[in-house]
Design a protein around this ligand. Structure first.
Ligand code: 5GP
Ligand code: ZN
Length: 118
């Protein structure tokens, strides 16, 4: 189990801490998963580590097991949503579409996905 290291003024740290409400679908000692406020698919859940890091690569460096826990939790979320097929997305950097700089794994499903992504 990883410890909570929060970063001041981080939106997702505040959701993890319960200071800002989130529609939480899964929570354990490592991660919190909540529905995206602006869903782009019938299922759109964000899985975030409790421990703050700016992106997935930083989470891997800080705590490789936590990165694995993120993917396991995403699979658990997908199962809970009744999904066999789903897409996991880790936007890294503003040009890739990252807007919140606390690691988050998008779980997208419930519709057919196109490739390449936009
Ligand atoms: P990114 O663009 O960084 O990969 O993903 C950030 C995601 O966070 C976006 O899909 C956006 O809709 C979502 N988001 C932004 N603010 C909030 C919020 O206050 N609550 C929730 N649940 N999602 C948020
Ligand atoms: Zn944070």
């Amino acid at each position: 189990m990883s410890t909570t290291i929060a970063s001041e003024d981080c939106l997702f740290c505040k959701i993890v801490a319960g200071e800002i409400p989130g529609d939480v679908v899964l929570s354990n000692g490592d991660v919190v998963a909540f529905r995206d406020v602006n869903p782009v698919a019938p299922t759109h859940v964000l899985v975030v580590p409790r421990r703050h890091a700016p992106d997935a690569a930083a989470t891997v460096t800080d705590d490789p097991a936590l990165a694995a826990a993120l993917v396991s939790a995403a699979a658990e979320v997908a199962r809970g949503e009744g999904l066999t097929d789903y897409r996991l997305v880790l936007n890294t950097g503003a040009d890739a579409g990252q807007s919140v700089f606390h690691t988050h794994l998008h779980v997208l499903g419930g519709r057919t996905m196109a490739w390449p992504p936009g």
